[in-house]
Each structure stands twice: as structure tokens, then as C-alpha cells.
Design a protein around this ligand. Structure first.
Ligand code: AMP
Ligand code: MG
Length: 424
């Protein structure tokens, strides 16, 4: 794609881009297209270590010391010099505990009883496991000698002073909290939270807790979006459900674009008569409307309103979730400052039931990964795959991703699955 073409050029004249067909946009191309307009947040804040979980590092972390920063025993046993591994017997001259070192010097013919984590006494470089010795009063005999210099954790073995431990742009996970703590780091500099505003659109939507009249549905998109955004760790601005009323939609949209970095709406981007969003977006932003070659989730809008990024997701509940995971998730992680955005874990497994699929579009069917009686992972579809059948998402633990070229499949076909659990 030509980087010199601006979003505004394309929004106002889709034909200016040769390989851009708004009526049949491949999933991959739409993703790449969005990517070129994403500029991560730059403001940062300093947080206490525990509060930084799920946030993105704004600076490289260098190790302020060696880890471990002294040679210590990896076992409960006896510390000695490797030269004494063949001695007939050794005299035990003291004990070294974790946090309470043995301060003497160990000479030839001597050893020290040592606990895991204790500093290796001067004159020793090897630990014999307690179970491999026979003790008799103040003396031990080695029943089975280890290799020289084993059972010791040497200084700098894990991390060395000055080494880059974590890179700027890294998403902080539980292991990282421990790693940073092991370096004595109490505070970290992270990017500020991304602000994401969202609202649902539609005259038929009713909030939970209200009675439902004929022709109305509860606004479920608001809750799936809340859940998916909460997992990503962004600041959520929930603007509720807005009826198909041009003025209310306009006010809400402009308010959202002013307060948030990203605005997400669901519904109203298809071609229904009451779909005012399209007109509003062409008036106030540079937004492209695509018919993505995918199912579910055909209509999708992306663009900018002022400085805010805009994602217009379809109204159908499953389509909202699929388009969020396939387009919005990556984009938000990038805007949050994450540099190495990993795709959802994908692997190939046997599908135990036949699959109906039209070629010419990518399908994201909902599947259940399970292991069969032999312990092999296999997948089966959840059942009916309509884009309004939200129970399919609830039942599923993966997407069965069926590429554009794939058609109907018989039971036993190998398919690609994208694991949903553990998604951020
Ligand atoms: P739309 O894209 O606005 O034409 O909506 C497509 C379908 O999704 C319609 O059946 C809507 O009733 C339904 N829908 C739209 N928004 C929501 C929502 N927030 N919660 C549940 N269903 C919705
Ligand atoms: Mg609607």
C-alpha cells in the first residue's frame, strides 16, 4: 500500500488506491491498512510494581546487579572443593544457612553442611547432595560424587549487571513482576492507559434490568465490549446505548472523539434505513466503510474522527466479538505502546464434524477444542454458526479459521484453530 496516500484521500475517493476494494476487503489487507495509521501513546507514568501488571513498559529495564549476586548452593548438602571429591572422608567444620553465611575458610579435607540458597563458603566450589553422603559424627563419606562445580548457582548466572532484562514496549506479566522484584526494582515507568470510549446503537436496544417489549433486544454488545476491553487493561468510557436518532448519535460521537483515544461503536454501519452513523462519520471524520470478505463481520468501518481512531463494528453480537479480536485487539495493543504484538495462538488440528463453508471469504467459526480418548487435541464446531448466536461464543474456546480458498469440509479434515482462552 502506498504510504503517501492519506486516510482523508481514501475516505473521500476510495478509487485512488489500486488494491483497495471496499466491497470485498480481505481480512489481512484490512489489518495491514489499519496498522499504518496507528501511533502509540507517548505519555508515561510511574507506578508501584504491583500496579504495573498488564501495562506496557515505557523504558528498557537494565539489571542493576548480577542475579544471583553471589555464588550459592542449589541443594541441601555439603560444600567442598572439587579437588576433595575423591577424599576418603571429610570433616564437617560448620553450617551455612540461606541468609546466615559460614564465615570461615574451608581447607583441603574439610567441608561445610550447606542449605539451598546459602552463600558458598570460601574455598568451596561444589555441593554434594545430602542424599549422596553418609555421615558419621563430624565426618562424611561421599557415596556418589557429582561432577566438579555442580549444584552451585553462580553469580550472574540468571542476569548480569547492565544486561537489558525487559524491553520498552513489553507487556508486563506476572513473571515480570517477580523478575523486576528480584532486581529490587520497586517502581516502573509505563505508558499511560489508552482511553477507549464505546457505545451501542439501535432503537431496539434495551438496557439490562428493564422489561423487554416486543421487537426489543437487550444490549449485549455493551457487555462483550466491556469484557474484552477490560481484559486489555484500557481505560473504559462506556457511553451506553444510543437510539437511532441523528442528533443524539452526533452528540455522543463527537463527545467520545474528544475525550478518548479510540471510539468503538456497534451497529449502524451496514445499509439499513436507520443507519445514521455512516452519514455522521463522513461529515465529521475520515472513515472508510468496508465489506470485509469474512463471516461473521462483513461490515466494518475504520478511520479517524479528529485525533481519535474510530472502529465501527457490526451490530450482530458474534460479529462484534469476531471483528474485535481480528482487527481491534491488535490495533489497541499497538496504540497502548506494545511493540511485539503476538497473534492469537494458532495451530492445526483434526475437526471431528463436517463443516459448511463458502469459498471466497474467511470464516471464523466457533469451535470447541477437546482431547479425545487418546489424549489428542481435536476440534468440533459449537453448532449453528449464525452471527446472532452469541451462545456459540460462550460455548467456544477457539475460532476455527477457514481461509478464503477453503470450501465445505468432511469430518476428519485438518483445520486451523485460534485459541481464545488467555486472550488479552
Ligand atoms: P445493525 O448492524 O445495527 O443493522 O444490527 C444488526 C443486528 O444486530 C440487528 O439484529 C440488531 O438488533 C443487532 N444488534 C445491534 N446492536 C446490538 C446490541 N448492542 N446488542 C444486541 N444486539 C444488537
Ligand atoms: Mg441498528
Amino acid at each position: 500500500m502506498d504510504k503517501t496516500i492519506t486516510l482523508s484521500d481514501i475516505a473521500h475517493n476510495p478509487n485512488c488506491m489500486d488494491d483497495y476494494d471496499p466491497n470485498s476487503m480481505p481480512v489481512k489487507k484490512a489489518r495491514q491498512f489499519i496498522k499504518q495509521f496507528l501511533e502509540p501513546v507517548t505519555a508515561t507514568e510511574t507506578l508501584n510494581l504491583c500496579d504495573s501488571l498488564g501495562r506496557i513498559l515505557a523504558t528498557d529495564i537494565l539489571s542493576p546487579s548480577d542475579v544471583p549476586n553471589y555464588d550459592n548452593s542449589a541443594m541441601d548438602g555439603y560444600a567442598l572443593s572439587a579437588a576433595d571429591l575423591t577424599a576418603a572422608e571429610l570433616k564437617v567444620i560448620g553450617t551455612a544457612f540461606a541468609g546466615k553465611a559460614f564465615n570461615g575458610v574451608v581447607n583441603s579435607g574439610e567441608c561445610v553442611r550447606i542449605m539451598t540458597g546459602a552463600v558458598m563458603p570460601q574455598g568451596t566450589d561444589t555441593v554434594v547432595m545430602q542424599e549422596r553422603t553418609n555421615r558419621d559424627g563430624d565426618y562424611i563419606k561421599i557415596a556418589e560424587a557429582p561432577k566438579p562445580r555442580t549444584n552451585v548457582r553462580y553469580a550472574g548466572e540468571d542476569l548480569q549487571l547492565g544486561q537489558t532484562v525487559l524491553n520498552k514496549g513489553h507487556l508486563i506479566r506476572p513473571a515480570d513482576l517477580g523478575l523486576l522484584a528480584s532486581l529490587g526494582i520497586a517502581q516502573v515507568n509505563v505508558y499511560r492507559k489508552l482511553k477507549v470510549a464505546f457505545f451501542s446503537t439501535g432503537d431496539e436496544l434495551v438496557g439490562i434490568g428493564q422489561p423487554l417489549a416486543s421487537g426489543q433486544v437487550y444490549d449485549s454488545n455493551r457487555y462483550t465490549l466491556h469484557g474484552m476491553l477490560a481484559r486489555l487493561g484500557v481505560e473504559i468510557i462506556d457511553l451506553g446505548a444510543i437510539a437511532d436518532d441523528r442528533n443524539r448519535l452526533e452528540r455522543t460521537l463527537l463527545n467520545a472523539a474528544e475525550t478518548a483515544d479510540v471510539v468503538i461503536t456497534s451497529g449502524g454501519v451496514s445499509v439499513g434505513e436507520a443507519d445514521y452513523m455512516k452519514a455522521l462519520l463522513s461529515q465529521h471524520g475520515q472513515v472508510m466503510f468496508w465489506k470485509i470478505a469474512m463471516k461473521p463481520g462483513r461490515p466494518l468501518a475504520y478511520g479517524k474522527i479528529g485525533s481519535a481512531h474510530y472502529f465501527g463494528l457490526p451490530g450482530n453480537p458474534v460479529a462484534v466479538m469476531v471483528t474485535f479480536y481480528q482487527f481491534v485487539r491488535d490495533a489497541l495493543l499497538c496504540l497502548m505502546g506494545q511493540t511485539e504484538i503476538k497473534p492469537l495462538p494458532t495451530f492445526t488440528v483434526e475437526c471431528t464434524a463436517p463443516i459448511k463453508k463458502l469459498s471466497g471469504r474467511t470464516e471464523f467459526q466457533r469451535g470447541i477444542l477437546f482431547h479425545d480418548e487418546n489424549g489428542a487435541w481435536k476440534v468440533k464446531p459449537t453448532g449453528p454458526q449464525g452471527s446472532a448466536i452469541l451462545s456459540s461464543m460462550s460455548l467456544a474456546n477457539c475460532f476455527i479459521v477457514l481461509d478464503v480458498t477453503v470450501g465445505n469440509l468432511d469430518a476428519g479434515a485438518m483445520v486451523q484453530v485460534q485459541v481464545m482462552d488467555g486472550l488479552v
